[in-house]
Design a protein around this ligand. Sequence first.
Ligand code: PA5
Length: 358
Amino acid sequence: MNILDDLEKIKELDSEDMLGIEENFYNQLLEAKKIAEKVNVGSIESTAFSGVAILGMGGSGFTGDIIRNLTKDDISVPIEVVKSYDLPGFVNSSWLVVPVSYSGNTEETLSAVQQALSRGCNLLCVTSGGELEKIAEDNGSCIVKVPSGYQPRGAAGYLFFSTILVLKFLKIISLPDSDIEEALELIKEKCTQYRREVKTQKNYAKIIAAAIGDSFPVIYGTEGILSSVAFRWKCEINENSKTPCFWAEFPELNHNETVGWERLKGITSRFVLIVLVDKQEQERIKVRIRTTIKLIRDNFAKIIEIPVEGKSKLAKALSTMYTGDIVSVYLALLNEINPTPVKKIEILKAELAKLNEK
Ligand code: PA5
């Protein structure tokens, strides 16, 4: 029997139930909505901010990436995404700083938070606890408290959806209710279609995982929401499937990477190219995608086009991200890997923690 249809084997491999967390993604989004509705934004409600800096690393960092790309066409103030220890010099007391850290203990994020506090910025802290929760309490900052007990990447719905909704309630961004409803409906459908009980033949997520198999995936998106989503696919394949993966975005990749596929065919013939394709994309980008595929087709074992579904940007982003998340879990299981542990990240964090003891 195909391992992806062997429910007993899946249970045995996935001892911390990452697949169950993914299958429950729709409910996670509904809960995130409730969490957002209850956040006390009193202290910052009527402040006119001149910019928003969203901080966060890894699984928590996705929140900033996707919010910036979802809102960049309509927002009247800049959104800056910070993925390191330092805030840019232009972030001053008129900015809202949004640290997102699932554990609340990520050192890069905490360092930038200290800088934000010393510059007099208001904070909107998004976390399940840890040091970040303490900082928020000590400083009387707004806090979006999400449930603990998940891997940060498995809590993307809590982190991302509650953050974007609070920013909407604060009127910093505009997000039509109809987009939220559309996104939720589409995710509800996908959760049903991708469930483990749906056999491989009819389960698109299992089909894509099987098509990747033991080849080396490369993910292409398009600048904007699909670049954040392509990066998310790459990270999920790294962390859940324990597989190396590259990613790049159109149109930039046409100015460098496209040429790079000319050599090392002996190696790249085991690569699979996955292209996230939005039919509503502007014509010039469509031509770029078509032409690029023609130019580099022979250098890959196969090329898979993932059709982007939905009308609104939110529905497109969330549904395409969700497909990648669950594909990465099925890819892990197909290769008999437990998707949950991320030992190397833990080792690195423990090594850095030793510096604090000195
Ligand atoms: O998925 C992971 O475990 C990591 O990418 C973490 O998200 C990252 O190390 C940051 O930790 P946190 O999300 O707790 O801030």
